[in-house]
Design a protein around this ligand. Structure first.
Ligand code: PMV
Length: 364
């Protein structure tokens, strides 16, 4: 197939996937007033690190992720016209502090878009074990965007929903879709509206990879520095930030090709170098942000050992010390055993590619 034909085939495949996702998210929007949505976390293989606009949550670079099939978040939003204020519960308990404020700020945005001022009752259930080291903000804001848009009667397609989810948490824009997903940084040279419209996520076609992601939780505690604060400090002070942002563009182009040919080794190598580069930018920030711990490095050593023994295994880390190891699905149990030995008692979870966000009808 020539390059042009290949590009046309890729566009057609992407259009079909976006249409299917559209149908799924529109299926239950006829019950305005209350809606329940479910979304899964995603792990970036090409990282989002650094914003160019904090209010609109516009990233400096494109990123690419895999949506997981474990730990969904389910969120129900019900309009409460007679209530005096929003009522937000997380796992059955009233939300507090920053978590509550972020949800209310997000609801304010939905209310403004919908032209409906009613308060809402929001119930969120995360299935991520507490401190599993998998951020629940991606699945959380993807589920909230979908449920709130439906409850407030906003008729948005899945692309617009991914833009909306982005406003809650950048990485949430990617959890609207299943499997492999790219989030476009968008145009930096136009108006705010143009920038907002151009920054959304969409599926990325992949060849037959059959991947698994082994999650090694080496520290289940909360992080010292939020990803929001760490990104800001890195962009503002790290001399390594710009070089990483430039090389991340090449990583993304290489990653698309590797995914397209279903080349797991290349996908893993690119993901690992991109993640280590991101952590290097943080280590060079002033003062340094260091999420990686001695236990992280022990797990990284075990991944190197696996590779030396001929197993395709590659590591990526986010804003925390936990390690996610990409491997072939058939090798997942072996990789989990080796990584468990290195993770010093930490929990191990095995994930595979998961589905995009969807609305549930009222009977579930
Ligand atoms: O979406 P946030 O603000 O939680 O930031 C996520 C940042 C990383 O997880 C480190 C990278 C990524 O692309 O998910």
């Amino acid at each position: 197939m020539g390059a042009e034909q290949q590009a046309t085939a890729v566009r057609a495949a992407t259009d079909t996937t976006v249409r299917a996702a559209d149908t799924a998210v529109r299926a239950a929007t006829d019950t305005a007033g209350a809606a329940t949505a479910v979304a899964h976390p995603n792990i970036a293989l090409i990282k989002y690190w650094g914003k160019r606009d904090e209010r609109l949550i516009l990233p400096r670079t494109d990123s690419l992720s895999m949506t997981l099939d474990i730990f969904p978040t389910t969120t129900r939003v019900r309009l409460a016209p007679d209530a005096g204020h929003d009522e937000v519960t997380l796992g059955g308990k009233p939300a507090e502090g920053d978590a509550r404020q972020r949800i209310i700020t997000f609801l304010d945005l939905v209310r403004e878009l919908a032209g409906v001022g009613h308060p809402a009752v929001v119930d969120t259930e995360n299935t991520v074990p507490t401190g599993a080291g998998l951020a629940s903000s991606a699945s959380g804001f993807a589920a909230l965007a979908l449920a709130a848009a439906a409850a407030y009667g906003l008729d948005l397609d899945v692309t617009a929903l991914s833009r909306l989810a982005r406003r809650g948490s950048g990485s949430a824009s990617r959890s609207l879709f299943g499997d492999f997903v790219v989030w476009h940084a968008g145009r930096a040279d136009g108006t705010d509206e143009e920038a907002d419209l151009s920054s959304y996520a969409e599926p990325v076609p992949a060849g037959p990879l059959d991947p698994a992601l082994v999650v090694a939780v080496v520290n289940a505690g909360p992080k010292d520095v939020s990803s929001r604060a760490a990104m800001r400090r890195t962009v503002d002070t790290s001399p390594l930030y710009e070089p990483w942002a430039v090389s991340s563009k090449d990583d993304l182009a290489d990653m698309r090709l590797a995914l397209g040919r279903g080349d797991l080794e290349a996908v893993g190598e690119i993901a690992e170098r991109n993640a280590l580069g991101m952590h290097a930018t943080m280590l060079a920030a002033r003062p340094a942000v260091r999420y990686l711990s001695p236990a992280t490095l022990t797990v990284l050593d075990s991944v190197l050992r696996l590779r030396r023994d001929g197993v395709a295994a590659y590591a990526t880390m986010d804003a925390g010390p936990n390690v996610k190891v990409l491997c072939r699905s058939a090798d997942a149990d072996r990789v989990a055993d080796v990584v468990r030995g290195a993770a010093q008692g930490g929990a191990i979870h095995i994930a595979r590619p998961g589905p995009g966000a969807r609305l549930l009808n009222e009977d579930g």
